[in-house]
Design a protein around this ligand. Structure first.
Ligand code: ADP
Ligand code: MG
Ligand code: MG
Length: 908
């Protein structure tokens, strides 16, 4: 705590802090709500007085099953001060003090835990409140609210019973809403409510105000562990052991006649980032009425007319808060007979678009500098802005909303099983209650996946994210009837198999029918397809453009792209790549050319082999010329052939069946029989760990020489054409220095040969991938020969963990995530603790052996925001990722540079 007030006071632990004792930096201890109420109090804003019980107390309560013994007395002390300040006693018969008891964790968990208002009211004090306020109706309205909230949240009585009783009273009095019930009617409601409490709990509604308070505090503690709170935390990756703080504060009354009310407001539009006044206000209402939808609130602008003085004050305070927090704030406020009270503020959540726009607005307003502006946006948010979107001009009402699990916009016909999705000629959306590994083919075939159960770590969510497929999970309002192949929405709309639906994986919304999908303007911008004018007109594009420039100015890491074709290379360049970090060559053996690889494998003499290789050479050469031309002047790291050769041959089972059938008919095809023999010979149980990578180059003569010759001749051709080719040759799957040394000699020999015959100086750095633990552990020796390293983090993850991605991602990862073994798939975000350690060792020992060793990463992790920050930290020279992720990596590399520096200067 500030001013030296510690959580330990002498020998006893302190659990309770008055608002003026805290500040916004103590969210750990006071929860977000308590910390920000303290901050507002210290800013001199009109906050009703109160105190906060720390998360320490909650953790003790959850661990021991009871409050720490010191707590009771500490609450008494603070309550006495609060009573003195207000000049009222809690629940007194004359002019009683009432309080609210509010939950508030370090991270906002909106609506997940409990809050109870009007604590302190009872059969006697209700008259005291009526007399003091001059409104009997208000007093009885407050009392019925207390019993209703206390009954459902603290006593665990079904809330519907109270709602039914209220509606019955409204019917009886011919009222159209709660506002039409007068004091007498409300007195009747209170009697009904008390009967419900007696019936449900076997005892009377507690009349002792202190007992109410203690029970409410306990209920808030316990609400940390409700099912919905746990599910929410799992989804948002909030640790389960933080606990909630409890804030107790004097009530102010929004239900005290027409000059009272309650509202919520944002300092800017959290959806778009546009400046202005956004919010809702509801007259004669308390607490959650605004968001609960019992009556329709008015837009905040109306408040200017309804309560001009309070409105002006609110505007002043919001501007002050925004300047103070230097960020978007949202607030909850109440007006009691014309006087404004601030009940909550926090830095508000926002959409990706709003994050970018606001970062630039605050930058322009001089509230933050460019480094902080970069800190306000994330690579994830940029990635979201790059997905195709539903046409914003299309104003459709969603039929359901679920958890946004994997972004994008997908349209297709609803299908209810995996087979139908795989069979369907139309684009489809796979609709399931939940998915299992059996649904994999359907997920692959479908445009998107929609489930009614599960959260962000469910099977569907994990698999869809891994594939970059749009996915909405946990749309629990949908009744899915697999037998009759339809689902029903909460409003009773029935969607049958074959009906078109649209799902938005960025918002979680589900629509019936087809909604137009438009390309993302941000991608159009990166592609260079927007005119100056269009760019000026789109504030999101403008903000992205400015922050990308800032990121490029600050980043230390280079950003290369993984690109195999001239078209991909060109796009990567448009998206700002500094070169190609991984150009795979295997696709260059597919299609038409597959037959030649077959011939190569079947060749019985060296002469035959040479003939096939000679045919392959010009084709490869053409490929390389194209890529080198597209990346002229920038490095192009070409990886020699990597996959096992049998990948180019027919499937063993299929071919066996074909030959067996032919044999049975007595018409054996000589070629097929020979091919089958070869396929059998090359068949591997674990191809991932078999004859591939450098092993292939060392065992199959001529293959690597042909590839290197193609690269060297392509470079020569580019030089003759006046270009500036910068090829680099990368050897895959090295396990030790000997393998690399042999390979390098072969490569050198061919390069020299082409240089001699062409008379041109052809320079190509020769380096290796580090993708086996052994390579990482012997990096020092390997670096003695290699000019560069590139981490293949996909294989390195597989071999470090000992599982193959294809085999395990769909089968047990969801269970692992669910059980918290992973918080995120190690193929999505680098496992820093294990794989990252190998990376660090290899960097350190590699550089010790060769000071100018260039080190990069070419696994997909190169485009993952948190992994990019790790690679920056351990000192890599560049990351390489798919062309589409290049802007994300550029932004994150810029953020990594500035965030790290500010961390260093932060001396806390
Ligand atoms: P949540 O975390 O779900 O938003 P809160 O603790 O913020 O729950 O309480 C919900 C609402 O109750 C607040 O928005 C506010 O309007 C009302 N409220 C809380 N405390 C008081 C109080 N002391 N006086 C008047 N209204 C209050
Ligand atoms: Mg609130
Ligand atoms: Mg690999």
């Amino acid at each position: 705590m500030k001013r030296g007030v510690g959580a330990m006071d002498g020998a006893t632990q302190r659990y309770v802090f008055a608002f003026h004792e805290g500040d916004k930096d103590h969210r750990d201890l006071l929860g977000g709500k308590g910390a920000n109420l303290a901050e507002m109090t210290n800013l001199g804003l009109p906050v009703p007085p109160g105190f906060t019980i720390s998360t320490d107390a909650c953790r003790r309560f959850l661990a021991d099953g009871q409050e720490p013994p010191e707590l009771h007395a500490q609450i008494s002390g603070h309550l006495a001060r609060l009573e003195a300040e207000r000049g009222k006693r809690l629940g007194a018969a004359v002019d009683p003090l009432l309080v609210s008891v509010r939950s508030g964790a370090k991270f906002s968990m909106p609506g997940m835990m409990e809050t109870i208002l009007d604590i302190g009211l009872g059969d006697e004090s209700v008259d005291g409140l009526a007399a003091a306020s001059g409104s009997e109706r208000f007093a009885w309205d407050s009392y019925r609210r207390l019993i209703q909230m206390f009954g459902s949240t603290v006593l665990g009585i079904d809330a519907a019973r109270f709602n039914d009783a209220l509606e019955a009273a409204e019917r009886e009095h011919g009222a159209t809403g709660d506002l039409d019930l007068d004091a007498d009617a409300l007195r009747g409601v209170v009697a009904d409510y008390k009967a419900i409490v007696r019936d449900a709990t076997g005892r009377d509604f507690p009349q002792d105000p202190r007992e109410q308070l203690d029970m409410a505090v306990r209920a808030v503690f316990a609400s940390w562990n409700t099912e919905r709170a746990r599910i929410y935390r799992r989804q948002e990756r909030i640790p389960h052991d933080l606990g909630t703080a409890v804030t107790v504060m004097a009530m102010v009354y929004g239900n005290l006649g027409p000059h009272s009310g309650t509202g919520v407001a944002f300092t800017r539009d959290p959806a778009t980032g546009a400046p202005g006044v956004y919010g809702d206000y509801l007259s004669e209402a308390q607490g959650e009425d605004v968001v609960a939808g019992i009556r329709t609130p008015v837009p905040l602008q109306e408040l200017e007319r309804l309560q001009p003085a309070a409105f002006t004050e609110l505007m002043r305070i919001m501007a002050l808060l925004e300047g103070h927090y230097r960020d978007l704030c949202d607030v909850e406020f109440t007006i009691e007979r014309g006087k404004l009270w601030m009940l909550q503020t926090r830095v508000g959540k926002r959409t990706a678009a709003a994050a970018f726009r606001m970062a630039v607005q605050f930058l322009d307003d001089g509230l933050i500098d460019v480094k902080e502006a970069l800190g306000r946006v994330t690579g994830e948010q940029l990635a979201q802005l790059m997905f195709p979107q539903f046409d914003p001009a299309f104003e459709a009402k969603p039929i359901a909303t679920g958890v946004p699990a994997s972004p994008g916009a997908a349209v297709g016909v609803a299908v209810f099983d995996s087979e139908s999705a795989a069979r369907s000629d139309l684009k489809s959306i796979l609709v399931r209650r939940e998915t299992s590994p059996d649904d994999l083919p359907g997920i692959i075939a479908a445009e998107g996946v929609l489930t009614s159960r599960g959260g962000k770590t469910s099977h569907a969510a994990v698999v869809a994210r891994g594939m970059g497929k749009t996915c909405v999970v946990g749309a629990d309002a949908l009744e899915i009837d697999l037998e009759h192949r339809h689902f029903t929405t909460a409003d009773g709309v029935i969607v049958r198999e074959g009906d078109t639906i649209s799902i938005d994986g960025t918002t979680g919304r589900v629509y019936s029918g087809m909604i137009d999908v438009v390309p993302s303007p941000v991608v159009e911008f990166f592609e260079g397809r927007l005119s100056d004018d269009e760019r000026q007109r789109d504030p999101v594009v403008q903000a992205v453009s400015r922050l990308m420039i800032a990121a490029d100015e600050h980043r230390r890491l280079g950003v290369h792209a993984n690109a195999d074709t001239p078209a991909d290379a060109k796009r990567a360049r448009r998206f700002g790549a500094d070169g190609i970090g991984l150009c795979r060559t295997e696709h260059m053996f597919l299609g038409e050319r597959r037959r030649r690889v077959e011939e190569l494998i079947l060749a019985e003499s060296e002469a035959e082999q040479d003939k096939v290789l000679a045919e392959l050479l010009p084709m490869q050469l053409g490929d390389f010329v194209g890529v080198l031309a597209a990346m002229d002047g920038l490095p192009v790291t070409i990886r020699l052939i990597d996959p096992p050769l049998h990948e180019f041959l027919p499937d063993l089972t299929e071919l066996s069946v074909k030959v067996a059938l032919a044999e049975a008919r007595g018409e054996v095809d000589e070629g097929d029989a020979r091919l089958l023999k070869a396929v059998r010979r090359l068949h591997e149980q674990n191809p991932m760990l078999g004859l591939r990578g450098v092993r292939l180059g060392l065992v199959v003569p001529g293959l690597v020489a042909m590839q290197v010759r193609a690269i060297a001749e392509a470079a020569a051709a580019r030089i003759r054409a006046g270009g500036d080719p910068r090829p680099e040759i990368m050897v895959p799957l090295i396990g030790g220095a000997e393998e690399f040394e042999l390979m390098r000699e072969e490569i050198r020999r061919v390069l020299d040969d082409v240089a001699n015959t062409s008379g041109l100086s052809i320079r190509a750095a020769i380096g290796t991938m580090i993708e086996l633990p052994r390579a990482a552990l012997t990096a020092g020796r390997i670096a003695g020969h290699a000019e560069f390293f590139s981490f293949g983090t996909n294989d390195l993850t597989q071999t470090t963990w000992g599982f193959s991605r294809d085999d395990v991602e769909g089968s047990f990862f969801p269970a692992y995530l669910e059980q918290g073994i992973f918080t995120v798939s190690p193929f999505e975000s680098l496992d820093e603790e294990g794989v990252g350690r190998l990376v660090s060792i290899a960097v350190e020992e590699g550089r010790a052996a060769r000071r100018d060793l260039v080190i990069g990463v070419c696994g997909e992790h190169g485009g993952d925001p948190s992994s990019v920050r790790f690679f920056d930290r351990v000192g890599l020279d560049y990351v390489s990722c798919s062309p589409f992720r290049v802007p994300v990596a550029r932004l994150e590399a810029g953020r990594a540079a500035v965030l790290q520096k500010s961390d260093e200067t932060d001396t806390r």
